[in-house]
Design a protein around this ligand. Structure first.
Ligand code: GTR
Length: 327
């Protein structure tokens, strides 16, 4: 009997030891925020990154993604990341325009000729330089994610040329550059956070908004603004940010694991993104949204004031000309 009890105790102790080796006592959870729903490509990509981090640290580090605005608006999550209360957040890089100015560059209207051009730039040292530009402000840029092209959509009438936009009240992201872009079109900009746009369109507080197909669909904007016009005026990418305060406390080895995993989640995200763009477009069209090809050149023709106002420093000028030179 005594022998049996002893044997059981030894067995239990070795099971404990074994699991302790495979599962460290101090597993740490890095919390990450996203305003998009659970099935959105940005959310799935950060979850994928989390799996890589967990595997490579033998479960010592894991990432938990709080999707669907559970941790508040993009502005709130950016603030939390800065303070070090939150490890990561995935936001539109437009949300960083007024925090680190160089992030404005990839949002400049009609800067990219195609998705391939955008990818080439973001994957190059230019993309890396812009990612790194937020460190002084308290953010380590880990990766760029796709967000397609943003186009205008309206409640009451389709947009065919820039003349149709004149005088409209258009919701924009909270960025001076986005405001300037809409003003250059002769319209009135109303900056507000994404969570308020559905009601603003529904009640007529604004006449129009602008976004890519997946956001137009997942936020149900197509239900209240059915004329989607492919203006494709900007390709503002998504950015994945890590808290500099928390980053500085990590070991060199863990930083590398996190950076590599973030980078490896990019091709995964891009694949999900292009599938989602098609799916969302089909869904909104089936639901009655009317997608039209406007005279894009008429939009492009009035954008010079935006460049004149924002591409002023040598650093910005240099980035723009290097981007334009990428073949
Ligand atoms: C989406 C983007 C969001 C948010 C939103 C907006 O395309 O993924 O992060 O910025 O646009 O218009 O506010």
């Amino acid at each position: 009997m005594l022998r049996f009890t002893l044997q059981r105790a030894t067995l239990a102790a070795s099971v404990l030891l074994l699991s302790a080796a495979a599962w460290p006592a101090h597993a740490e959870t890095l919390r990450s925020a996203d305003i998009h729903p659970d099935d959105y490509p940005t959310v799935l990509a950060v979850r994928h990154m989390g799996e890589l981090v967990k595997q490579r640290t033998n479960g010592r580090l894991e990432i938990k993604v709080y999707a669907g605005s559970k941790l508040g608006r993009e502005e709130d999550s950016i603030e939390q990341v800065k303070l070090g209360a939150l490890s990561m957040t995935r936001v539109s890089s437009a949300a960083m325009h007024n925090i680190c100015e160089v992030t404005r560059v990839p949002s400049l209207p009609f800067l990219f000729r195609s998705k391939e051009h955008l990818h080439k730039v973001l994957d190059s040292d230019i993309g890396e330089q812009i990612l790194r530009s937020c460190e002084e402000a308290g953010f380590v840029g880990l990766a760029w994610y796709d967000s397609g092209a943003r186009s205008m959509y309206t409640r009451d009438k389709p947009i065919k040329t820039v003349a149709d936009v004149r005088g409209l009240k258009i919701r924009v992201q909270q960025s001076d550059l986005s405001v300037a872009m809409v003003e250059a079109l002769g319209a009135n900009a109303t900056p507000m956070s994404m969570g308020e746009v559905y009601t603003a369109l529904k009640t007529g507080l604004v006449d129009a908004a602008e976004n890519n197909f997946p956001s137009y669909e997942s936020a149900h904007h197509y239900e209240v603004a059915k004329y989607y016009s492919m203006t494709q005026h900007t390709m503002t990418p998504e950015i994945l940010l890590f808290s500099k305060r928390q980053w500085d406390k990590l070991s060199e080895a863990d930083r590398k694991i996190i950076r590599d995993a973030a980078r490896e989640s990019v091709p995964y995200m891009r694949k999900l993104w292009s599938e989602r763009e098609d799916k969302s477009r089909a869904l909104v069209e089936q639901a009655g949204a009317q997608v039209a090809e406007p005279d894009k050149a008429s939009f492009q023709a009035v954008m010079k004031p935006v460049y004149d106002r924002y591409v002023t420093t040598d650093a910005m000028k240099d980035l723009v000309s290097r981007i334009q030179a990428v073949k």
